[in-house]
Design a binder for this molecule. Structure first.
Ligand SMILES: Nc1ncnc2c1ncn2[C@@H]1O[C@H](COP(=O)(O)OP(=O)(O)O)[C@@H](O)[C@H]1O
Ligand SMILES: [Mg+2]
Length: 296
């Protein structure tokens, strides 16, 4: 599988431009699309799943233009929208049966097989006869992912699937997707939560104000901030100044003030030791120091 997004732009009816010439190549595996609220993530995903038309540019799926192959793309697609809802009148099992039919599984027996496997996989077997509307928040989200991945789609698009989930549910969710990414499948996961982009994503991009700021793998992204993450001690009286001057990642009270982790291109103003950057550091570094370099 491969997807080539070329100079994709989207201008909404009110003339707001949500995407500016976005270009990305996406290969088999899990692709994490990271960006703050309003960055344009859902807009990009709706275009990829053919629910929205771009204003410019194009998307090739396995070399074929998306605008000319909507039907074909829909047949290989699983989608979990950000505002996923389901019919309140359906039980968990019935909802998946409906999703499996839509995914093109015609035989009843085959559907039953697939649904039972899926219920086990996402941990909803025990509640298969419960009305979907009566499931807990985490369970609803798992039903959402189940309906997206039933029928072995080749392209799975999940838009902010972990918002509002507790850490345990988040990990469970990630594992379900990681399991899927062992196959010849592209999974595109959008999120504003840095922790969702992990080693499970072999590719990632950062979207900010409709533009791609970074595209590569998570390690390359982390490397952007290498040498710019510091640990230092700050006296009580200096703390306010530090907070204004630098993005401060964490603050721990110590004897005469605080031990802080902060991001700065240099340490000419303080005595600090460099620490190993992680994704969160890299994200903050990028948003504070790199994104402002985009020409106005
Ligand atoms: N239908 C619409 N009409 C006008 N503006 C929109 C519409 N949908 C989204 N937007 C705007 O486009 C920007 C990107 O939105 P969205 O793609 O939902 O971002 P994200 O998913 O990253 O939070 C936001 O500023 C949003 O207000
Ligand atoms: Mg969104």
């Amino acid at each position: 599988m491969n997807i080539s997004i070329q100079n994709l732009s989207k201008v909404y009816n009110n003339n707001f431009q949500a995407l500016h010439k976005v270009s990305l190549d996406i290969e088999t595996g899990m692709f994490g699309l990271l960006g703050p609220n309003g960055a344009g993530k859902s807009t990009l995903m709706k275009i990829l799943v053919t629910l929205l038309q771009p204003s410019g540019g194009k998307v090739l799926v396995n070399g074929v233009d998306l605008s000319k192959s909507r039907k074909e793309v829909r047949s290989i697609l699983g989608y979990l929208p950000q505002d996923f809802r389901f019919f309140a009148k359906l039980k968990t099992y019935e909802f998946l049966d409906y999703a499996a039919s839509l995914a093109g599984i015609k035989s009843r027996r085959e559907r039953r097989n697939e649904i039972e496997k899926m219920l086990e996989k996402v941990g909803l077997f025990e509640v298969r006869n419960r009305y979907a509307s009566k499931l807990s928040g985490g369970m609803k989200r798992r039903l959402g992912i189940a309906q997206a991945i039933i029928g072995e789609p080749k392209l799975v698009v999940v838009d902010e699937p972990t918002t509002g989930l507790d850490p345990e549910e988040r990990i469970r969710f990630r594992n379900i997707l990681a399991d899927l990414s062992q196959k010849d499948v592209i999974i595109i996961l959008s999120t504003h939560i840095v922790g969702d982009i992990s080693s499970t994503c072999n590719q990632m991009a950062l979207l900010n104000q409709g533009e791609i700021g970074f595209h590569g793998n998570p390690d390359e992204f982390i490397n952007l901030s290498r040498g710019k993450v510091w640990k230092t001690e700050v006296g009580f009286d200096q703390m306010q100044e530090f907070n204004q001057k630098y993005p401060v990642i964490s603050t721990i009270p110590v004897a005469n003030g605080y031990e802080v982790e902060l991001i700065s291109p240099h340490n000419s103003d303080f005595k600090g030791v460099q620490i190993e950057p992680n994704l969160e550091h890299a994200y903050v570094y990028f948003m504070e120091y790199e994104s402002s370099k985009i020409p106005q």
